[in-house]
Design a protein around this ligand. Structure first.
Ligand code: GSH
Length: 203
């Protein structure tokens, strides 16, 4: 059997979380933030996540999420449905790329940068995600079933609602795209996701 080792921060969110939620057996190498300086020396771009597949290190979160999705049966086999799934994942990733630099800021500079996103690109991408969801029946983003696109949006919305992101109001999603919160509640109740978080005693 292929041996998988996923390396990422020890928190319930971020770029590797959809792969963690896929339900595929893997070694979950979680590390605390202070260890990142050492971990990043072992990765080609100084970034995480990485996935080792039988000892071969692979980068890029959505390549990893898609691969795990294929192993788990959570990625469409139909080319058009796969396109819809990928589109959603890229939109969430683009939003993450905009948010990324704000983690390196502090104080007023961080506040200004985050509020610019809250009042700019964030409602645009949340609104688009909501319209995609509703256009495809309101339950799933693609293929009329759970896919890695649902897991990626679930993780993103969960992060935005969490209060972990200073200056991002915890009611932003509810105000601009409430259907995404209903989606979040449904995905949280799917057996693979509920069982995964139960292991960590996360509500
Ligand atoms: N394109 C990469 C981006 C990975 C990335 O930016 N990861 C963040 C953590 S979520 C990181 O390692 N940041 C440190 C840095 O870029 O210096 C991917 O899709 O995995």
């Amino acid at each position: 059997m292929t041996q998988l080792k996923l390396t990422y921060f020890d928190f319930h969110g971020g770029r590797a979380e959809p792969a963690r939620l896929g339900g595929v057996a893997f070694e979950d190498y979680r590390f605390a933030y202070p260890e990142f300086a050492e971990v990043r020396k072992t990765t080609p771009f100084g970034q995480v996540p990485t996935l080792q597949v039988d000892g071969v290190q692979v980068t890029q979160c959505d390549a990893i999420n898609r691969y795990v999705g294929k192993l788990a049966g959570l990625y469409p086999t139909n080319a058009y449905q796969a396109l819809l799934c990928d589109e959603v994942m890229y939109v969430v990733e683009e939003a993450s790329v905009k948010l990324g630099p704000t983690f390196r800021l502090t104080g007023d500079a961080q506040k200004e940068a985050r509020l610019a996103l809250v009042n700019g690109s964030m409602p645009v991408y949340l609104g688009w995600l909501q319209s995609q969801l509703l256009a495809h029946g309101g339950e799933y983003f693609a293929d009329n079933r759970l896919t890695v696109a649902d897991l990626k949006v679930f993780v993103d919305v969960r992060g935005l609602n969490s209060g972990r992101l200073d200056h991002v109001p915890t009611d932003l999603v509810e105000r601009v795209a409430p259907a995404l919160n209903l989606h979040l509640q449904r995905i949280a109740q799917t057996p693979a996701v509920a069982q995964y978080y139960a292991k960590f005693d996360v509500k």
